[in-house]
Design a protein around this ligand. Structure first.
Ligand code: AMP
Length: 437
C-alpha cells in the first residue's frame, strides 16, 4: 500500500482548520498594512532559484527537489546528465517563495520604475530535500509577505512590526517571541566583509570541519551557522559585519532600530545572524520562541539585489516567511491549542417515510447558508441523533408524519434536548437565530 512520503504531512481535520485559521489571520493583519494576496506556481525553472538564492547555498545545492516529466526521464537516464535539457525543461519544486514571487513581479511588470511599492502576501507548500525531523519537513507550509520598490527603513520596521502582530494574533504572548535582527551590508561593504570572514576561516582551518573549509570558498558567512561545537567556538572570534558596515548601511540599520524602538518592539541585535540565502542585503531578522525549542518560526530580510539577479531592473525589496508546522508545534509547546472548533452544523433527521421532505429541507437550509448534514444510510431516529452528536450538530431538525401533517419540523437542541415545533417556512430563520445566540 503506498504511504505518504517521509517528511510530509496530511492536513486533515483540526490540523487543516489550524492552517485555515492562520490564513484568515494573515489576510486580516496583512490586509491592514495594504498587502494583497498573490499565488505563484509551486513549479518553477531551476534557474529562478539558482539566480536568486545562489548556486552555492545548501538550499540550491542539496535540498532542492528537481522535477522531470516522464517523457524526459528516459532521455535523461540514457545521457546520464542534464546537459541536453533546456532551461525550460530544468524544473524544481519551490524551496521558498521569494524567488518565484520576484520572477512573477518581473514577468508581470508589477513594479514599473518610479511606481509606489508593491506589497504582496502568499501562502502555500514549499519543498526541501532535508533529513526529516521534528519541525523539519520535506514539504511544509509557509505564509510570506514581500514588498518591492522602496528601500526606506520604515518599510523594514513596518514589516517586522506586522510579523510580530501576526504572531501575537496567532496566540503567542508578545514576551515569548524572541526577535533577533542584524544588518548584512550591501554590495558596497559586504564583499570586503565576506573576504575578511573567508580569511579568518582559512587562518583557523585546522580546527574547523570539512564543511566550513568548503564554505570558506563558497559561502563563508554560513560558517556562523555551523552546528559543530569546535567551529562555533572559533567563529565567536570572527569579524562581525556590524563593525564593517559602510556609512549608508550603518545609517539604514540605525534608522530601522529607531523605528522599532518607537513602536515598542523588543529585539536583540545579533551580529552573527546571517540567513542562509545569498540574496539578503542590509536588514535580516528571525523570530523564535525559546521555550518551544522548535527553532525559528519565521524570518526574513531585505534583498535589494534580487530583482536584478532574476533579470529585472534594479528594484529594492524586503520580505519574510513563517512556517506553519513549526508555529503549530510552538503554540502547543506553550500550552495553547490553536485549532478552532469546526463550524456549527445542523442535522436533518427523519422517519423512513419522510426522506423526500428531509431532502428538500436539507437543500433549503443549505441554500440559506446553513451548514447542514443528513443521514444517507437509512438509520433509525435514535442512530441519527447519535450521528448528529458525533458530527457536532448543535441542532437537529426532526421530520416525522406528525410534523408533515402540520407543515412543520421539530427543532431539537442537541445540548439541552429541548424541542420546539417550527413551521417549515420559518425554519431557516429560527435556526439562524439559535446558532447566532
Ligand atoms: P527560511 O525560508 O529558511 O527562512 O524559513 C522560514 C520559516 O519556514 C522558518 O522559520 C521555519 O518556520 C519554516 N521552515 C523552513 N524550513 C522548514 C522545514 N524544512 N520544515 C518545516 N518548516 C520549515
Amino acid at each position: 500500500m503506498p504511504q505518504k512520503v517521509q517528511g510530509t504531512e496530511d492536513l486533515i481535520g483540526s490540523y487543516m482548520r489550524e492552517w485555515e485559521r492562520m490564513l484568515a489571520i494573515a489576510r486580516e493583519v496583512f490586509g491592514t498594512y495594504g498587502f494583497d494576496a498573490v499565488e505563484t506556481p509551486a513549479l518553477e525553472q531551476v534557474d529562478t532559484f539558482v539566480h536568486g538564492i545562489g548556486e552555492s547555498t545548501d538550499v540550491v545545492r542539496k535540498e532542492m527537489f528537481r522535477v522531470v516529466s516522464g517523457a524526459l526521464l528516459g532521455d535523461l537516464l540514457a545521457v546520464g546528465n542534464e546537459s541536453g535539457l533546456k532551461a525550460r525543461q530544468r524544473l524544481a519544486l519551490r524551496p521558498e517563495g521569494t524567488a518565484g514571487f520576484v520572477r512573477a513581479a518581473i514577468e508581470n511588470n508589477l513594479v514599473p520604475q518610479g511606481a509606489a511599492p508593491v506589497k504582496a502576501w502568499y501562502a502555500g507548500p514549499m519543498f526541501r530535500g532535508e533529513r526529516p525531523q521534528k519541525g523539519r519537513l520535506r514539504q511544509f507550509h509557509q505564509v510570506g509577505a514581500e514588498v518591492l520598490g522602496a528601500s526606506d527603513p520604515a518599510l523594514d520596521a513596518e514589516l517586522i512590526i506586522m510579523l510580530i502582530e501576526f504572531f501575537v494574533k496567532l496566540g503567542f504572548p508578545a514576551e515569548s517571541l524572541k526577535l533577533r535582527i542584524n544588518s548584512m551590508g550591501d554590495a558596497i561593504c559586504r564583499p570586503a566583509y565576506r573576504a575578511s570572514v573567508r580569511a579568518f576561516i582559512l587562518a583557523h582551518a585546522d580546527g574547523m570541519c570539512d564543511d566550513c573549509r568548503e564554505r570558506a570558498e563558497l559561502n563563508p558567512l554560513r560558517a556562523f551557522d555551523c552546528k559543530n561545537p569546535a567551529c562555533s567556538e572559533i567563529m565567536q572570534g570572527a569579524p562581525l559585519v556590524t563593525d564593517q558596515l559602510c556609512p549608508a548601511c550603518a545609517a539604514h540599520y540605525a534608522q530601522v532600530k529607531a523605528y522599532l524602538d518607537e513602536a515598542g518592539i523588543a529585539y536583540e541585535e545579533d551580529p552573527t545572524l546571517v540567513r542562509g540565502l545569498d540574496y539578503y542585503t542590509r536588514t535580516v531578522f528571525e523570530v523564535d520562541v525559546e521555550e518551544a525549542g522548535v527553532g525559528a518560526i519565521g524570518g526574513g530580510g531585505r534583498y535589494d539585489g534580487l530583482v536584478e539577479l532574476e533579470g529585472g531592473k534594479p528594484t529594492p525589496g524586503i520580505g519574510f516567511a513563517v512556517g506553519f508546522e513549526r508555529i503549530s508545534l510552538a503554540l502547543r509547546a506553550l500550552g495553547s491549542s490553536p485549532a478552532p472548533e469546526p463550524e456549527p452544523c445542523v442535522f436533518v433527521a427523519c422517519t423512513p417515510d419522510q426522506r423526500q421532505a428531509a431532502f428538500s429541507a436539507t437543500h433549503a437550509l443549505r441554500a440559506a447558508g446553513i451548514r447542514t448534514e443528513a443521514d444517507y444510510q437509512g438509520r433509525s431516529l435514535k442512530s441519527q441523533f447519535k450521528l448528529a452528536d458525533k458530527l457536532g450538530a448543535r441542532l437537529c431538525v426532526v421530520l416525522g408524519p406528525d410534523e408533515a401533517a402540520a407543515g412543520s419540523a421539530t427543532l431539537r437542541d442537541m445540548e439541552t434536548h429541548e424541542q420546539v415545533l417550527v413551521s417549515l417556512a420559518e425554519l431557516a430563520e429560527a435556526i439562524k437565530a439559535r446558532l447566532e445566540a
